[in-house]
Design a protein around this ligand. Structure first.
Ligand code: ADP
Length: 417
């Protein structure tokens, strides 16, 4: 079965085509600048030069059409025709309280995602455009939606409630949802495999450290707490996001700097974090390079960034009354040995003994970076959110086939009676 995984944004769309028998990526790419002149489609197939096509792509339906044309292209394509795509899986950022697992798309699901537009105004409308665009191009093909929030729906009220009047929760669903759920889910399973122990017996802390960053406390296989909140702004210091701060800073800044609420919102989301403190970049590589050259602001930004991660790890050890393993993943978590070292050197009290040699190893495989006598293991586990979306879609389509087959055979046996 071939499954196309789509991550649709408001002006861009990323795709990966999977062969689910082997879980190989047959092709991947992205469309950028949708709705603008000179849209760009970039398409990659293993061991072949990247293809770039510039054209006018005014909406998501045209973008998907271009992707399908590329996937079935005589020279650059990997499929004979469109019917070789058996299902499509979409990443959806916000599933609110309505979705605690991935589901196949139907009218009711679409209605529910629409109801959540208020909670994720930048993301969910774009995902819906992606779903409609696939429907327009591949009307017979089943589609599934995989939510960033779903994995965290197991959090208990002590983790997900804010200490504000409860009417705000009952009326407007203001609570912690958490994000990066597919990644926390994926790496926690991989970590249990690597450790050779059942997930249901493990206390794990997963640190997804990329442009966006979040930690999760995973107690016996279920999300117990996570650092992002109602939106992805809360928690760790990130590339351009502030993470945790005293909410009183918002009205104070509005008054002192004569800013609007929107401007402060934009400041906290786009002009804060590593970028603001280093004054150099939101990209960790550039911050680390500047720090190595003696830049003091870069050093401060790097140390603050690591310190926040360490504090969350400490609080999650307390939340779960222990930890078996700490897992680093995503762009920074997988690639920056300097960051991992900075975080872990303050965790010796919990029994973390980092091995400098193991921490320096680069590999695309899960690996342990603590010494053999470390009480707590620290692992690096590369994440793969697209693969998890493809797997969930595959399983949902198989379940549906099975249900239809069982219903058919029931009907036939009833007819025979
Ligand atoms: P996104 O949240 O956009 O999916 P990624 O998980 O791809 O982000 O992570 C992007 C971040 O990873 C960038 O800040 C980048 O600097 C960082 N990164 C990638 N490679 C390295 C590296 N070798 N050292 C430090 N940081 C790195």
């Amino acid at each position: 079965m071939n499954i196309l995984v789509i991550n649709a944004g408001s002006s861009s769309l990323k795709y990966q085509l999977y062969n689910m028998e082997t879980e190989d990526v047959l092709a991947k790419g992205r469309v950028e600048r949708i709705g603008m002149d000179s849209s760009i489609l970039t398409h990659e197939v293993d061991n072949q030069p990247e293809v770039r096509e510039v054209s006018e792509i005014l909406d998501h339906t045209t973008a998907i059409k271009k992707v399908l044309d590329m996937l079935t292209h005589k020279k650059f394509g990997v499929l004979r025709n469109m019917s070789d795509i058996q299902a499509v899986g979409h990443r959806v950022v916000h599933g609110g309280e309505s979705f605690s697992r991935s589901v196949l798309v139907d009218q009711a699901v679409k209605l529910e995602i629409r109801k959540l537009f208020d909670l994720a105004p930048l993301h969910n409308p774009a995902h819906m455009m992606g779903i409609a665009a696939v429907e327009a191009n591949l009307p017979e093909v089943p589609q599934a939606v995989v939510f960033d929030t779903a994995f965290h729906q197991t959090m208990p009220p002590i983790s997900y409630l804010y200490a504000i009047p409860t009417v705000l929760y009952s009326k407007h669903k203001i609570r912690r949802y958490g994000f990066h759920g597919t990644s926390h889910d994926y790496v926690s399973k991989k970590a249990a495999d690597f450790l050779g122990r059942p997930l249901s017996e493990l206390k794990l802390i997963t640190c997804h450290i990329g442009n966006g960053a979040s930690c999760a406390a995973i107690l016996y296989g279920q999300s117990y707490d996570t650092s992002m909140g109602m939106t992805p702004l809360e928690g760790l210091m990130m590339g351009t996001r502030s993470g945790d701060l005293d909410p009183a800073i918002v009205p104070y800044t509005i008054n002192k700097e004569d800013l609007t609420l929107n401007e402060v919102n934009s400041m906290l989301n786009k002009h804060s974090g590593l970028l603001a403190i280093s004054g150099i970049s939101s990209d960790m590589r550039e911050v680390v390079d500047a720090m190595k050259e003696g830049n003091e602001k870069a050093k401060l930004a790097f140390e603050m960034y690591a310190y926040r991660i360490r504090k969350y790890i400490g609080s999650y050890v307390a939340a779960m009354d222990g930890v078996d393993a700490i897992v680093f993943t995503a762009g920074v978590g997988e690639n920056s040995d300097a960051l991992r070292k900075e975080v872990c050197q303050g965790l010796t009290f919990f029994g973390v003994q980092l091995s400098g040699e193991r921490n320096a190893v680069r590999s695309s495989e899960p690996r342990r970076i603590t010494s053999d006598d470390s009480k707590v293991s620290v692992l690096v586990v590369p994440t793969n959110e697209e693969l998890l979306i493809a797997r969930d879609t595959y399983n949902l389509v198989l379940e549906q086939h099975q249900t239809i087959t069982e219903a058919d055979s029931d009907e036939q046996s009833n007819e025979g009676e």
